[in-house]
Design a protein around this ligand. Structure first.
Ligand code: NAD
Length: 416
């Protein structure tokens, strides 16, 4: 990711601080992550050579609870990015009303270039290097881009060995047999569609009246597209890194999902009436609902004026830049922001952690119904607050989140 990502977060924080009339000292606390760690990770590669990878962990805030946030394995991971993503987690957890602060980490690596053994050694070394600052009551990582449930399995094992106690609560997003939560994989996409449902109720629209485009067909996008389809929306376009498909009569989502499960990518998928479409064109399709579920910075100053969707529900983290947001607002496009819409993942991670701490596991039905309750209540809270104060949903959500963190800072006081 290009530098300046943290600056984007600060721009939104500044806006919230201005509206909340925050005192400068409190703003400064929020603007500086509590702790950052950069580590060098020497790994013996399969060919006998040694390579050193650079890893990061940032704990933006632990004022409302342990830091919480994923670990990303990608070539553009840098301190600026983990700082930005960790502060997003602070606001997201606060808006979601779950007792966590914000954290994020990562390793600058292309995981597809490593063998499984190299990936395992790299993960274990990263856990060793971050061991002093992570833990079920300090900082709880999770999967993010480039990491998965298996990597979380190695994480738990390494941490537990170092700790001398089996500690499944140190990470979430684990495989179910070692303490993962049923429903966690689908939780973000499911939460996104709960947000869509709540939005449509407030707009007085039936899902069957709605056409929808989804960018990204991974963990989040595939589930969001499937559940939007099941809700009755007409999903006319989907895409992934290999390009997109568009069918104005509605795509065959179950078939697409099967294809992607079997082939990992959309490439090669064909259905009668569906045309190829680029990711750029997908974003500016004339649809009711756009769900960006791929990457950050997809809706920018360059394409925001061309967006024709009436509403955008952000499944990805940071898909809209601050400049684009202004343009969308001027054009009357309603945006349900990431920190509200994609919180299903971290809410379910919280469920996983609670189940680990209690050693008592819930059914899928219980997980999904609790997720529904929390997402529905959070949506109502942000919607009502934003409407009452005449704010965008994004600013409303930020202000609610920031205010909760500020209240916690004030109640705890400043040490010493
Ligand atoms: P993933 O790796 O499973 O899927 C990403 C998808 O985006 C893939 O289909 C990939 O092909 C596609 N993609 C990648 N580059 C693209 C490009 N240039 N153009 C179009 N498509 C592209 O990741 P995910 O877990 O589904 O995460 C997607 C987004 O949602 C990320 O922003 C992530 O931070 C966010 N998110 C994920 C979770 C979660 O629980 N997985 C929770 C909250 C937010």
């Amino acid at each position: 990711m290009a530098g300046g990502q943290y600056e984007q977060v600060l721009a939104r924080l500044r806006e919230a601080a201005r509206i909340l009339n925050l005192e400068p000292g409190i703003f400064e606390i929020l603007a500086e992550p509590e702790r950052t760690l950069e580590v060098a990770l020497p790994i013996k590669m399969d060919d006998g050579s040694i390579k050193v990878f650079i890893g990061y962990r940032c704990q933006h805030s632990t004022v409302r609870g342990p830091a919480k946030g994923g670990v990303r394995y990608a070539m553009d991971v840098c301190m600026d990015e983990v700082k930005a993503l960790s502060s997003w987690m602070t606001w997201k957890c606060a808006v979601a009303g779950i007792p966590y602060g914000g954290g994020k980490g990562g390793i600058r690596v292309d995981p597809t270039q490593l063998s499984e053994g190299e990936l395992e050694r790299l993960t274990r070394r990263y856990v060793y290097a971050t061991y002093p600052i992570i833990g079920p009551e300090q900082d709880i990582p999770a999967p993010d881009m480039g990491t998965n449930a298996q990597i979380m399995g190695w994480f738990v094992d390494t941490y537990s060995i170092l700790n001398g106690v089996y500690s499944p609560g140190v990470v979430t997003g684990k495989p179910v047999p070692i303490g993962g939560s049923i429903g966690r994989r689908e939780a973000t996409g499911r939460g996104v569609i709960f947000a869509v449902r709540e939005l449509l109720i407030r707009l007085g629209k039936e899902p069957t009246e709605i056409t929808c485009a989804v960018q990204g067909y991974g963990n989040v996008g595939s589930v969001a597209a499937t559940l939007a389809h099941e809700l009755g929306c007409k999903v006319v376009a989907v895409s992934d890194i290999t390009g997109g498909r568009y069918n104005p009569r509605g795509l065959n989502i179950p078939e697409i999902t099967k294809h992607v499960e079997n082939n990992r990518v959309l490439e090669g998928y064909e259905e009668p009436g569906a045309d190829n479409i680029s990711n750029t064109d997908l974003l500016t399709l004339d649809v009711d609902l756009l769900i960006p579920a791929a990457l950050q910075n997809q809706i920018t100053e360059e394409n925001a004026a061309d967006i024709k969707a009436k509403f955008i529900v952000e499944a990805a983290n940071g898909p809209t830049t601050a400049d684009a947001d202004k343009i969308l607002g001027e054009n009357g496009i309603l945006v349900v922001p990431d920190i509200l819409a994609n919180a299903g993942g971290v809410i379910c991670s919280y469920f996983e952690w609670v189940q680990n701490l209690q050693n008592f596991y819930w059914s899928e039905e219980e997980v999904n119904s609790r997720l529904d309750n929390i997402m529905t209540n959070n949506f109502a809270e942000v919607w009502d607050f934003a409407h009452e104060k005449d704010l965008s949903l994004r600013t409303g959500a930020y202000i609610l989140g920031v205010k909760r963190v500020v209240d916690a800072i004030k109640l705890r006081g400043i040490f010493p």
